[in-house]
Design a protein around this ligand. Structure first.
Ligand SMILES: [Zn+2]
Length: 95
């Protein structure tokens, strides 16, 4: 692979990251505290195959619930443990 290809690949990766970040439904810091709260909830009570910890955090913080939930689903977060396993992973890699 020559330098130009590498540069192009790097630029593409940066662009993909930027696009992923632009699609975050709420600020990065808020997502961080959402994932922390869901992590604590699942750790303590386990996942009951719903989004109960996610939803209650969103309601408590008065965040745009539908917008965040649809973003989470888009990235494989259909219940609290999947939010942590899939959506949080996507977020970690894009932030
Ligand atoms: Zn689950």
């Amino acid at each position: 692979m020559n330098t130009t290809d590498q540069d192009r690949k790097k630029a593409w990766k940066i662009q993909q990251k930027q696009l992923a970040r632009d699609a975050f439904p709420i600020a990065d810091g808020l997502l961080e505290s959402l994932f922390d709260a869901v992590d604590a909830g699942v750790e303590q009570s386990g996942c009951d195959h719903s989004l109960r910890f996610t939803t209650s955090w969103l309601l408590e913080r008065r965040q745009p619930k539908d917008k965040v939930l649809s973003w989470l689903r888009e990235h494989g977060g259909f219940c609290d443990c999947e939010v942590l396993a899939n959506a949080a992973d996507h977020w970690e890699q894009s932030r």
